[in-house]
Design a protein around this ligand. Structure first.
Ligand code: GRG
Length: 301
């Protein structure tokens, strides 16, 4: 058990380090002009995110027998899209947050205009690097286009943006359980699912493997969000790197609000167990994603 955990942590760090190096190299290869926008992008990108989504993409690609150098730009692109969403979510027009990833939010340092533009720049750069990478694999061009399309859909109106819009609309209002599920599955779950679906698009695995990965992602994405809601109530500002209690302040639709703390914990554990059960299809090879599900539910930040 302990050995599995140690191996998980080692591989997680290896994958997250690969992503960090890739992101650094990508920005360092560019002429950093105008400097302020690069400073702003780097401020948020390198403030210490967990790199969950890119690690999931690389791990699932590895599980399906893929070559990590081929998927690294997709993993990096996904992290850029996630970071852009955090920068925009923190703006005064949205959540108006002062801290993120343990440092002042982007607009607090660079002003709202640059923060908006640096989110936009990260979003565009993500597609540039994913498309450039696709061109390096002419024999698998269709697979890459499908993987990038999956990520675009998940980030867009049928995914994260759709979820964010409904979330904004329901602030301060009573929310039914279907709407709560819609918000979370789109706002947060969509990028989780995209990390797994992108590797499926790259490798075309057998039907049972894709189905298991998709079900895993669905349960885990939701479990992640339930834990996020719980941490907003019981978490510690310092460990989380952002202010807790903000969901309540903004009268946001959350699992804790809807079901209370105890039931929310039990929902999160049930979702974790369903995710873990899906990994049976992969035998021992599924161990990393099993441990990842455990890590997501046990996390303190
Ligand atoms: C602005 C289009 C647009 C969308 C914003 C993702 C999002 C949609 C809003 C973020 C609000 C929020 C805190 C949602 C809860 C789930 C979430 C995305 C948490 C942050 O993800 P982590 O824990 O963060 O993976 P790190 O910093 O580790 O990358």
């Amino acid at each position: 058990m302990r050995k599995n955990m140690d191996m998980f942590k080692k591989l997680y760090d290896e994958l997250a380090t690969k992503v960090n190096e890739y992101l650094h190299n990508t920005l360092d290869d560019m002429e950093k002009y105008p400097k302020i926008i690069f400073d702003s992008m780097e401020h948020s990108l390198f403030a210490g995110g967990k790199r969950l989504r890119p690690v999931m993409l690389l791990a699932s690609h590895r599980l399906l027998g893929g070559n990590l150098n081929e998927s690294l730009p997709l993993a990096g692109g996904l992290e850029m899209i996630h970071t852009y969403s955090l920068i925009h979510d923190d703006l005064p027009a949205m959540d108006n947050d002062d801290f993120r990833r343990g440092v002042p939010t982007n607009h607090k340092i660079f002003g709202e205009g640059i923060a908006i533009l640096s989110g936009d720049a990260l979003l565009n750069l993500a597609y540039e690097i994913m498309l450039d990478n696709a061109l390096k694999y002419p024999d698998k061009l269709i697979n890459h286009v499908k993987a990038i399309n999956t990520i675009a859909q998940a980030a867009g109106i049928r995914g994260m943006i759709g979820g964010q819009v409904v979330d904004l609309q329901y602030e301060g209002k009573e929310v039914d359980s279907d709407t709560l599920q819609y918000i979370h599955q789109h706002k947060t779950g969509a990028l989780f699912m995209a990390s797994l679906k992108a590797s499926i698009m790259l490798e075309n695995p057998p039907e049972d493997a894709s189905k298991a990965l998709m079900e895993y992602g669905k349960s885990l994405g939701l479990a992640f969000q339930v834990i996020d809601d719980i941490l907003d109530v019981v978490g510690d500002d310092k460990t989380l790197g952002k202010k807790t209690g903000s969901d309540k302040d903004r009268r946001k639709a959350t699992y804790v609000d809807k079901y209370g703390l105890d039931k929310s914990w039990s929902i999160a554990r049930q979702l974790r167990d369903s995710a873990i059960a899906q990994m049976e299809t992969f035998g021992q090879k599924g161990e990393f994603l099993r441990q990842l599900a455990q890590f997501i539910v046990d996390r303190h930040h």
